[in-house]
Design a protein around this ligand. Structure first.
Ligand SMILES: Nc1ncnc2c1ncn2[C@@H]1O[C@H](COP(=O)(O)OP(=O)(O)OP(=O)(O)O)[C@@H](O)[C@H]1O
Ligand SMILES: [Mg+2]
Length: 311
């Protein structure tokens, strides 16, 4: 059934804030059950606004959102019960204990107490030994994990993580990725926003890019990398060059590493990649290289070029 394939559907959603600012413009987006969806976009693009509407915290100006078949405005309670939200801004009650705050959060959703479930969440998030600690005594990364624990307290099927790893060190970021993957494996659908492109690259099944309130692209990550991911061939030269020699300008070569490298960009999908021609031309020009590597253009570069095309 098509309806059940998509756990969230956003239809013609627009948001004009009271200030008159149009933060979302006719957004259409489907989130598939069980996927990890990464929403990328520059500051002010509308990511938090979109999430806030889906979670029923901000009213849409027009359009509608269904969460697991429930309209997030007309059937707020039913929709919200299915959703966990880790907001961008950390809000915690400094004087509560970890255990109390997560338990209380579950109660807010009218779910009966379930200490075994709370214990499992805290253990999964490596917070068990901090269960009696007051929130103000925790580090920033631990507080963020407490926010995740709160968001999971009522056993939601959908989890929103708005910038989950902002200001989190590399090691903890990896831990959080593991947590998110484990959640997905348990059947939770995850939507995350991030400024760290490597996070989307590492985690996401699909990627959406939002820019100035409009979704400009939604694509399978692998497909996006394949379609837009130019490959580069880097040659480490034996002797540095002052410039790209005549006769090689046809290949669009770029000089790097103070003239010690030549970089050739090519379309990974093309029939004729031109590599053999470049190497032949180098030979003819008497340029020798010590070594060569190929690399794929990162999502970061893809994203920058996508957004800059529109400005
Ligand atoms: N309550 C509000 N009233 C008026 N304008 C708002 C309000 N909240 C957000 N905006 C504006 O809407 C736009 C989108 O904001 P939003 O917070 O959704 O962006 P974002 O993509 O989450 O950005 P960031 O990456 O910085 O978190 C911004 O221009 C912001 O200033
Ligand atoms: Mg935001």
């Amino acid at each position: 059934m098509a309806v059940m394939q998509n756990i969230i559907s956003v239809e013609h959603l627009s948001k004009v804030y009271a200030s008159g600012f149009e933060a979302l413009k006719d957004v259409n987006l489907d989130i598939r059950r069980g996927e990890i969806f990464a929403l990328l976009g520059p500051n002010g693009a509308g990511k938090t606004t979109l999430i806030s509407i889906i979670c029923g915290l901000v009213n849409p100006s027009s359009g509608r959102v269904l969460a697991d078949g429930h309209d997030v405005v007309a059937e707020y309670k039913a929709a919200r019960a299915r959703i966990g939200l880790v907001p961008q801004e950390l809000t915690t009650d400094a004087f509560e204990s970890v255990w109390a705050t997560v338990t209380f959060s579950r109660g807010l959703f009218g779910k009966p107490a379930n200490p075994a479930h709370i214990e499992k969440i805290l253990r999964d998030l490596s917070l068990w030994d901090k269960k009696d600690a007051k929130l103000r005594t925790l580090s920033g990364g631990m507080k963020r994990r407490v926010m995740i624990a709160k968001a999971l307290s009522h056993e939601p099927q959908i989890l929103f993580l708005d910038e989950p790893t902002a200001g989190v060190d590399v090691e903890l970021r990896r831990d959080m990725w593991d947590v998110v993957r484990a959640l997905r494996a348990s059947g939770v659908t995850i939507i995350l926003t991030t400024h760290y492109i490597e996070e989307a690259e590492e985690m996401a099944d699909r990627i959406g890019v939002i820019h100035r309130g409009q979704i400009i692209l939604v694509e399978e990550k692998a497909e996006l990398m394949r379609k837009l991911g130019k490959k580069q061939l880097t040659l480490q030269l034996q002797e540095p060059l002052a410039g790209v020699p005549d006769g090689l300008d046809a290949y669009g070569l770029e000089l790097g590493a103070d003239g010690n490298e030549l970089v050739y960009s090519y379309d990974a999908d093309a029939e004729q990649k031109g590599i053999a021609d470049v190497l032949r031309a180098l030979g003819a020009a008497g340029i020798h290289y010590k070594d060569l590597q190929t690399s794929q253009r990162s999502l970061e570069e893809i994203f920058v070029s996508l957004v800059s095309e529109r400005t």
